[in-house]
Design a binder for this molecule. Sequence first.
Ligand code: ADP
Ligand SMILES: Cc1ncc(COP(=O)(O)OP(=O)(O)O)c(N)n1
Length: 268
Amino acid sequence: MRQIPSALTIAGTDPSGGAGIQADLKTFQELKTYGMSVITSIVAQNTTGVQDVHHLPVSMVKQQFESILNDISFHAFKTGMIANVDMMRVISEKTSELDVPYVMDPVMVATSGDPLIAKEARHFLREHLLPLTSIVTPNIPEAADITGEKIDSVEDMKSAAEQIVHKHGAGAALVKGGHMKGEAIDFLYDGNKMHTFSSERIDTNNTHGTGCTYSAAITAFLSLGFPLTAAVEKAKYFVTAAIRHSFSLGKGNGPTNHWATRIEGVTK
Ligand SMILES: Nc1ncnc2c1ncn2[C@@H]1O[C@H](COP(=O)(O)OP(=O)(O)O)[C@@H](O)[C@H]1O
Ligand SMILES: Cc1ncc(COP(=O)(O)OP(=O)(O)O)c(N)n1
């Protein structure tokens, strides 16, 4: 008998519930995956931006991770906001001992423009964490930061995806086109082949937490046993439905709607 699918997220919090750990756990739940979490930073944020951040001591991040590792196994895990090099070092040490798919959302800056990780942490992420991933899911500014090259076209997106795998050692790279105009096109390069996932662009500003939700959905589908390309295809469908049913909340960019994806039958 297969165990209940389970997944872990290592990330920061969002009290308004649209991004971070909260979005990840809602996504796992919708996709019938038992969710667990290691909190890296407590972020005071809402739909308008980030008001304050408290990074947990690295010993506490390590202890949370060990509490899980010493007791429970899981089928896949993801990382989101990892604020500094000390936290990244601990996470990379533990990750190199694991043998389950690792999905990295290389969170750097919130859509509001507020930085979420230290500048010097970007270098560590690129050098030490990326090579441990099964897949990394950068948006366009994040992909440009990793490769050091501008991304202005779909050709640039594809080239970034290839470089992130061949030059920087990621297992696979999904470069997301949410920040481009026109269709919402993402490119997955798996080391051999380029795959394209596209949807119509939905006319909404309520996209807070889309990257978190997408990477959490990929993690959930991997924990359910789907191969990588199928997991991304299903996750794209899931995040598109969540954006289609996104709603106004607060004074800024509202969240995607994890629950409403049931309306479209994504989670059957
Ligand atoms: N307005 C939109 N309509 C449809 N899909 C979108 C829209 N905005 C973003 N997406 C999709 O949501 C996912 C998250 O992408 P993106 O916004 O680039 O990431 P992030 O939230 O990390 O900045 C991608 O699949 C992207 O194509
Ligand atoms: C705690 C935390 N982690 C990540 C983000 C960024 O979320 P993302 O899904 O990239 O989308 P935006 O919220 O930036 O639209 C965050 N805000 N908080």
